[in-house]
Design a protein around this ligand. Sequence first.
Ligand SMILES: [Zn+2]
Length: 552
Amino acid sequence: MRLMFIDPPAMKPRSTTVVIMLVSLWLASLGNIALWQSFFAVPEISGWQGMLFGCAFAFVIACLIAALLSLFAWKVTLKLAITLLLLLAAFSTYYMLMYGIVVNTSMVLNVFQTDYREARDQISWRLAVTVFLIAVLPSIWIWRQPFVHTSLLRQILRNSSIFVVSIVMAVGTLQLVFQDFASLMKSRTEMRFQINPLNSLYGVARLTVFPSKVDRGPLLAIGTDAQISTYNNSLNTHPPLLVFVVGETARSQNFSLNGYDRTTNPLLQKEAVASFTNVKSCGTSTAESLPCMFSHLGRSAFNDRENEVENMLDVLYRAGYAVLWIDNQSGCKEQCARIPSVSTSELKIPAHCSGGECRDTVMLERITDEIAKLPAERRAKGTVVVLHQMGSHGPAYFKRTPTEFKTFKPECTDSSLSQCDRSEIVNAYDNTIVFTDYFLSRVISWLKAQEKTSTPAMLYVSDHGESLGEKNMYLHGLPYSVAPPEQTTVPMITWLSPGFEKLSRVSTKCLQNHRDKALSHDNLFHSVLGLMAVKTSVYQRELDFFAACEGR
Ligand SMILES: [Zn+2]
């Protein structure tokens, strides 16, 4: 018997064109499960016609991906480009399927600005499986393929023909189903942000290659004439002290102060607060809302602004107040760039901090000392402190509350919300509101303790809301035009000490009577300046919601 040594069969070199076609079909079908799930959920799409329309839609997507890949179909770049597209598609698919989100520019911006703690909350084995199936497996196959060697001239010819043929086929197919396609895109705008991986590429391109909307002109100063108008001097009161709490992911409807049928505000309901029920946010994510909340421009003008513009805190500072930002979250998004700021999220105070994050109450642990560091001559005029909460940040709501605040049980303790019963998700979320209720009542207690030296007040507003399974949507960040009210209706609560009511001549009684008035983040800039008696030409009294209650 003779021993035979057989070489493993040499792999047949693949034509790049075939690989591009296969990858494009893979991405258009499996890489777009989230899109097809929403597509076939549209009631008007059914039967054979719906199926044909779906196939045509998928074919158009495949052609566009092929055209895109043809630009990178060079020996050194093709495998890298394919791997990158597969990864983008896999990550987006996971988030779209798990949380019902879509991938638009602001979502991409969120990804860039996410801090590691939030990212850590979201890592799960389901993410690993999705990425493995959609991206890693096909990538392994791709990297093992030898490509056919061709001359540069032939490569140029081949790439340009793939590009032209793909575009012609995409346009041709689109023409055949144009009526259906146009009406679908009009009625289901969010679907265009579900097309993988074109959605994430478009988002990245909007932020980097075409940054006209992001990279704005130099910073414009506003309120250069700002002054503190003479408060009623005869009152001879202590200087005002306003704590402005910026909430996180709190939605209005889950506050019992606003009519929620669960007691989520057991402590605040004992305080003399005014809780506004009809307040709209400026955006549906922190990155979008936060800068807009402090701007004088209002939502639409803010989105169209050509320059970066100074904010409410700059004007308060210029008027002469001591201003401070305390951050227990992912930073102030440039809002505290020109004023003193501290971060408490990395502190290691055992009573408040564990597992690399601190409870919002840690900010009260620091506030007295941090205020003491501000210039005395400014503090003599008055102080404004922003407290930026971790609040109800998801999806790991259960991580935001200490055991003794877990009023509603059982809680969802899985970061992949879709693995929990909806009631468990709502329980975990409501517990974060109970904790925010405690935090705000602690802020008020702290303010009351300052009455010997200051005239205190508190304003609390959340940055955006949250979806908790309504219409199968979770979390936040949908494009504003299609975002459900759960993501855009935010709580706003004011507390004025008796001294502050006298000083500002604004009565809480009157505010309570106006609690259902339609308001939005657009009102904040002018209302805070009004409350703090700042005189400046940028102030618009008609947007100041305290003004209606002045002297009443
Ligand atoms: Zn937020």
